[in-house]
Design a protein. Structure first.
Length: 174
């Protein structure tokens, strides 16, 4: 079975911007490529799990999301990093109703586990919101990181709150 590094997109891979769907607005978070390379060397596959309610809200389309996703995956490939799959939830509970995929529900992680033969108990999630951590815990992950560049979050169910991505791979490489 595979072990996975699950990453939220907005706020972990890229700088959080409301309803991001344009390539020209996409800005990578410092350290994301080094983090992924570190975990790939340890035998992890990289999987993105992202809530994208902007689709349900009509701010952008599935096609526009896919164009940005393809571009983002290509940028990772140019760095020698393979993103195995990007899972997204296009729903919003007040617009499209409840679903099992929108974090904090674990649906995207459970789907990835089936599709990519992932051992969730040996996998990791990094998110910038508590709902990311809750999704990981509900899916059976034992290692969770809450990424908070602003250093404003003091309480989380995550194993650790970090303010720089390098805090994860620096600590783990010592």
């Amino acid at each position: 079975m595979n072990k996975a590094l699950f990453l939220d997109r907005d706020g972990v891979i890229n700088v959080e911007k409301d309803y991001l769907y344009k390539i020209e607005d996409f800005e990578f978070i410092d350290g994301i490529f080094e983090l992924c390379k570190y975990y790939e060397r340890l035998g992890f596959i990289i999987v993105v799990v992202t809530n994208q309610s902007g689709i349900a809200r009509g701010f952008y389309s599935e096609d526009e999301f896919e164009i940005l996703t393809s571009w983002m995956k290509d940028k990772f490939l140019q760095q020698g990093i393979l993103i195995s799959k990007v899972y997204h939830c296009p729903h919003h509970p007040k617009i499209s109703g409840a679903c099992s995929c929108r974090k904090p529900n674990p649906g995207m992680l459970l789907d990835a586990s089936k599709d990519l033969n992932i051992d969730l108990s040996k996998s990791i999630i990094i998110g910038d919101k508590e709902r990311d951590i809750e999704a990981g815990l509900a899916a059976g992950l034992n290692c969770t990181y809450l990424f908070d560049e602003s250093k404003s979050i003091t309480l989380s169910k995550a194993n650790k709150i970090i303010s720089k991505l390098k805090d994860i791979y620096d600590v783990n490489s010592k």
